[in-house]
Design a protein around this ligand. Structure first.
Ligand SMILES: Cc1cc2nc3c(=O)[nH]c(=O)nc-3n(C[C@H](O)[C@H](O)[C@H](O)COP(=O)(O)O)c2cc1C
Length: 323
């Protein structure tokens, strides 16, 4: 059975990717994922805030107040501070034989682009940009948010030659339009979707607390819908993230036209051995249906194939409501 796939011009032995998370925050986790069979790993993100904090620290350490010198120190801070991450990327790239995708989590158009360039130099195979601009003011429009996001993609394209994926959240009102802009701006792939940090409130102590950091399998529905719709409307490679829990989730992503699926919460819950099971189940399913490679069935059930039944379009459950 040939499970290999090409994804962002990279050759993956199979379509199971371990998502950016604490699972891929150290070399032991990355090795464990690959030993269990992962086809690629997305490393824990370096957050723009980490870069900014490094810049701030070096500014405070510098006994300078001239604006030009300060700007220089800002750059220097960038160059000095998050070296640990670069070493980590380099070590991972050298110690596993599947593609290593570094990750940057950014929300502004600042100096992270220099950092992307440095990630390229230490041997990452690709970069995933987790772009999460958040509208917290009335004056910020949906178009402002999308423009910021697209500008970040353009900046990244101008900076790095590596293939890069853009990971976005699902709260966009016109996703096909945005995806088209992201493609034109130069991305190679899109990850649908980032799962935002959940906020919750402790009602007894009347304090904020974190919501569930792990997803539930029920969260997969919107991911499947949008993979099915977007796969027919773009040439970008697609990876699914959020609520993919087993081989059936992965097979659905592939049938809907996705190229790969990212696994995270299920690995936190049940361990890396899930990956081995998913690959076994995928192979058995392919054997049962007499497929020998992924291209035999990938994209069979995308938007185009659903013209008559309108499963992808149907947002209002009309059929279910009418019984
Ligand atoms: C503990 C934890 C840490 C995470 N850290 C990151 C991160 O650094 N960067 C990122 O892009 N996504 C991060 N994520 C999000 C995951 O990559 C993934 O998109 C999300 O958990 C949804 O997938 P799932 O349903 O398979 O868990 C994190 C998720 C968890 C649970």
């Amino acid at each position: 059975m040939d499970l290999s796939t090409r994804f962002m011009n990279l050759s993956l032995p199979n379509p199971v990717i371990v998502s950016s998370s604490g699972l891929t925050a150290n070399i032991a986790g990355v090795r464990e994922a690959v030993e269990a069979g992962a086809g690629a790993v997305v490393l824990k993100s370096l957050f723009e805030e980490d870069i900014a904090a490094g810049v701030e620290r070096s500014r405070q350490n510098a006994v300078v107040s001239h604006p030009e010198a300060e700007a220089y120190m800002e750059q220097l801070g960038m160059l000095l501070e998050p070296d640990e991450y670069l070493t980590f990327v380099e070590e991972c790239a050298q110690s596993v034989d599947v593609p290593v995708i570094a990750s940057l989590n950014c929300h502004s158009e600042k100096w992270w682009t220099d950092y992307a360039e440095r990630i390229e130099k230490v041997g990452a195979d690709a970069i995933e940009l987790n772009l999460s601009p958040l509208a917290l003011e009335q004056k910020t429009s949906a178009m402002d948010i999308e423009n910021t996001l697209v500008n970040m993609v353009k900046l990244a394209r101008e900076t790095v030659k590596l293939p890069f994926a853009v990971k976005i959240g699902q709260n966009f009102s016109a996703l096909p339009h945005l995806v088209n802009r992201i493609q034109k701006a130069g991305a190679d792939s899109i990850t649908l979707f980032n799962r935002y940090y959940m906020v919750d409130i402790d009602i007894e102590n009347m304090q904020f607390k974190s919501g569930n950091s792990l997803s539930a399998p029920e969260e997969f529905g919107p991911v499947l819908r949008w993979i099915g719709i977007i796969s027919d409307l773009t040439d970008l490679d697609l990876s699914a993230s959020t609520g993919v829990y087993d081989a059936s989730g992965l097979i659905k992503v592939l049938l809907a036209g996705g190229n790969a699926a990212q696994f995270c919460s299920v690995l936190y819950r049940n361990g890396m051995e899930v990956i081995t099971q998913v690959l076994e189940d995928l192979s058995s399913w392919m054997e049962k249906h007499e497929f020998s490679e992924l291209s035999d069935f990938r994209g069979r059930l995308s938007l185009e194939d659903d013209k008559r039944n309108a499963f992808f379009q149907r947002l209002q459950y009309v059929k279910a409501l009418k019984g």
